[in-house]
Design a protein. Sequence first.
Lengths: 817, 189
Amino acid sequence: LSELTSAVRQALTGPDMIAVASDVKSLLCTELAALDPHAIIHRTAYFNHSYMPDLVLDWPTKQRREVYLRFVTESRLLRQDVSRIGGSGPVLFDLSAAANSHPPPLPMEGELREVVSEHPRVMLIDTEASQHIRPNQSQNLVERMVVGNLIRAGRGLLNENLVDEAKEAARAGFEGAVSADPDIVRSAVAVARDILTPDLERRVERTLQLLWWAGGGAAEDFPMSLPDDMELDPEDTRDFLRSIFSDGAPISDLAFWRRLADRVDFEMLVSVGTIVASTNLGLLMSALAPKLLLSHVALDRRPRPLPPFDALSWTIEDQFIVLNGPDWLCRFTPHGNRFSQRREEGHTVPLDVASARTDGLLVEEAEIEEATRRVQLTRKVTSVQVRSDKSLVALAEGFSGDARVRKIGLRVANHVLTAEFERMTLGAAPDTSVQRLAFFAPRLLSASTTEEQQHLAAFLGSSLQGEPFEGDASGFSSAAETATTRGSEDTTHIGASPLSLFAYSDLASRAEVADAEGPDESTPSGEVAVTDVKSGATDEHIILLRTRLSQAQQSAALGDPQRALTLYEDALSEVLRLFGSGHPDTIMIRHLIAKSSGETGDAARARDLYEALIPDVDRQYGPHHPYPLVFRDYLGYWTGKAGDPTGAWDVYQRLIPAMERVHGPEHLDTLNMRHEAASWVGKAGNASLARDLFEDLLADTLRILGPDHPATLTRRHKLALWVGQAGDAAKARSMYEHMLPHMVGVLGPDHSETLAARNNHAYFVGASNDALQARELFEALVDDMERVYGPANNKTRAAQDLLDHWNAIAGGANDDA
Amino acid sequence: MNVGESLHVLGKEGAERAKAWLERTGRVDVNFSRYEVGETPFLTFRKPSGTFSFDIGGILRLDGGVAQFFGEVKKVSSEAGQGTQYREYLAKCYLAQTTHDRPYHFMWITWHPFNVGMWPNLCKVSAVRAAVEEYKDSLCADASIDETACEELAKRLWLIVLSDRQETLAMSDEMLGTLRKALVEGVTP
C-alpha cells in the first residue's frame, strides 16, 4: 500500500467522527499539494457529501476544480456521481483501498472507464494511483505535461495501471516526436485524449507537433490532423521554448538542438522573456554557437577558422542572453541585438546583418547519389546541383571558398545515410573540402547503423582514391597529396597544413580584419599554404600537429602560457622538419613561441625571437601583406616591455608609414600604432613629445571614431596624463575633471579605463598641491577598486600606496594647520 | 443470493438512498456509512456482549447549531418486524448516548411505517423507558435506568418514513448545483 493509503487507513480508526473527517482531508490536502504545487487548496465544511465537495482547488490561471472523496467505487454509484456533479468537472478521489482492510473484488475496469468517461471532465483517481503521478526531475517534457497536469485537467479513470500506461505513452510520445515516428505520436495522442480534458490534450498535441518540428519532421507529415487554429505561430513556439528551457530533464539529442537552432531566430529567443539558465538552454546555445561564430566570420567578409568550442560561454544578464566569444560578444535584448568585437566595443553590427551574411555561407546539406554520383547541395535559401562524374572532389566546385557544409549524405536507392557535422566550424580548416568531410564523416555518423556507417565510409573512401576506405588515416593521406598538387584536375582548396588551426590566433584575425578593409589582389595569401606544402607531410603528421597545437591554444586560453610554450616548442621542431623555417605554418608557430615567451615573463626573449622572425616573414609575405606589419607591432611591444622604450619608439616610428601605406592613415590599426608610438616615447622620457603626439592622435580619432568611441576616451585620458607628466599638473587635473563624467557615462563607473582615469585624476590633484582632496579621491577610488578588482590586485594596491602617500602628506598639512 | 446477502443489499441501498435524501435537505452530512467504511469506531459502540453499529452517521445542521447524529435505515416494503427492531434500536440509542454522554441525535429511517396504532408515542420518553427496560439485560450493564437520559434522548429522536416517490420531492441536481456553486464560493444566494 502507498503511504497515502496507509495514512488514510490509520486516520479512519479514530473514534471521533469530526476529527477523522478533518484528518483525512488534511492528508488529501498534503497529497494534492505535492501532486500539483500550483493548486490553491480550500477545504469545505463537508465530508463525503453526495453533492458538496470536500475540497476546492483553484489555480492562478483562474481554473477551479472540486474534489469529492469517496469510500466506495462501483459503477452504479459512479453513474450517480457523474449525473449529479459531473458538470462541475470533479475529481473523485477513491479512498476505498484505505477504507476496507479486505476490499471487495475490484469492479471491472472497463465498466468503470465507460461510466466515468460519460462526461468529458470527470476524473476518478485512487490513492494508490496518486503516488504514480508525483512530478519528478527525470520526467521528460511531455510526460511532465501530462502527468503534472492530471489534477487540473485529468479525466477518465486513473488507477495505478492506467497511470503507468499513460506515463509510458507520454514518455514514448516525446521520443517519438523528436525522432518523427508517426505511430508513437499517434499512440501518445490517443492516450492523452483518454486521460486529459480537451484543452490540455490539445496542448499536448501541440507540444508533440513542436517537438516533431524541432526534431526535424516536416510539418505536413505530422500524423495528427490539426484544426485550423492549430497552425504553429510565434506564440506557440515561445511557449514551447519556455517549457523546454524550464524542463529539468535535458534533451541529450544534439541533432535536435541543432535543428531547433536552425529554426529559432534570436529575436524569438529574446521574446521568450525571462530566461532560466537551464541545461536545455545551454544545449540550445551550444547548437547556436556555430551560427554565431559564422556570423563573426561574416562580419569580416571572409571565413576564417574559429576558436575551440570551449572558448564560447553564455551568461544571463538582466534576464537576457549574452554570448561571450573569444574576442567578441553578442547581446540579445528587446532593444536590439548587437554583435560586437571586444577589441572595438563601440563598433557593433545589428545581428540581422551578421545573420544574413551567415546564411550566405552555409551549405545545409550535400547529398550524393550513389548510383549516379550526382551531388546536390542545399543552401539556406536556394539549392544548386553539381554534377560529379569521377570524384567527389568535384563537389568542392559547389562550394564557394567561404562555404561550410553542415551535413553530408549518401543516397542509396531511397535510403539516405547521413553524417552531421557537430563541429563543422570548429576544428575545420578554412577551406574545408569534401575530402576532409569524407575523412571525418565515418566518425561523425550519428543516425546510422554500424553497417550504414561502413557503407558510407567505403563509398567516400573509394570515391577519393578508388579503393575502400578502411577508416584509418592512410586513405586521407594520398587524397590530400593529390588534392594539393596545383594544376591537377582534382585540385581543391584543401589546406593539408596545420596553419588553419591557428588562424584564429590574434595575429591571423588582425591580418584578416586588415584584409577586410580592402583585399589586395596582388597578394593571394590564401594559396600560400597549398603551394609550399612539402611531400612527406602526411595527414598523420598534420593531425598530430593539430592536436598538439590545439592543446597549446587551450592551455593559453586557460591561463597557462608556460605549458602552451612547451607545446609550441615541441611542435616547432616537427614543423621545421616538414616545412622548413620560412613556411607560413612555421612562421606562425615561431610567432606563438615568441608571444608565449613574453607572456611567461621573458620579454627579452620575445623581442629577440621577433627580431629573428621578421626577415623570414618579410621574405614570405612581401611588403604589402599585413603580416609583416603585425609582427613589427609585436616586436615594438616586447622591445618596450623588455625595458627599452626608446627601442620600442624606434620600431613604431618606422612602422607607422608602412601602416599608412598598406592600410591607409585612417585605419584603426594605423591609429593604434600611433598610440603605441606616443606611449613609448613618453615612457622613454620625452613627455612633451608624447603629449604632442597624443594631441594630434586625439584630433584624428575624434574625427574618425567620434567622441564616444572607447579609443577616443582612452586617448583623451592619455593626453591628460602626458600633459601632467610634461609638467602641467593643474591642466591635467582640469582635463580629467572635464572628461570623467563623460567617461563614466559611456564606459560606466567600474570600467578599467574609468578607474585608471580616476587614479590619474587623483594623482594630479595631489600634484597640484591639494593633498586633502587627493586623499579623499584615493579613499573613494580604493573602495571601488577593492570592490571591482579585489584588495590584492596590483592596481588596487598601487592606489592604496598612493592613498597612504597623500594621507601622510595631508596629515602633515593638518598638523601644520 | 441468500437471505443474508439480500438483506445486506437492501441495507446498503437504503443507506445510500437515505444519505442522498438527507443531504438533499441541505441540513445533513452523512459522513460515514458502515456499508462504505465497514465497522468503524465512530459508528460502533460496545455492549456487554460485543458491539453494535448504526448504519450511518454524520452531522446535522439545525437552527440551534451543529449536532452529531446516527441513523438506522430500513429499506423495507412491509412492517417486517420493525416494531421489535425499533425497541431494540431505542435501547441502543440510550446506551450510545450514555456511553459518551453526548447529545447525539438518532434517526430511524424507514420505507414502511410500523406499530401504526402506537405511532404518536414512538418517540416519547415512555417508549424509550420501555425499550431500555426491555433490553437492559442485553444492552445496559447498569441495572438502574437514568430517567433524565431517557427524557433527553426522547427530545432527539427522529422517525422518518420515506417513499420512492417522496425521494423525488426534493431539490433537483440542477438546483443543488447552483446551491453548491454558491456555497463553495462562499456566497449566499
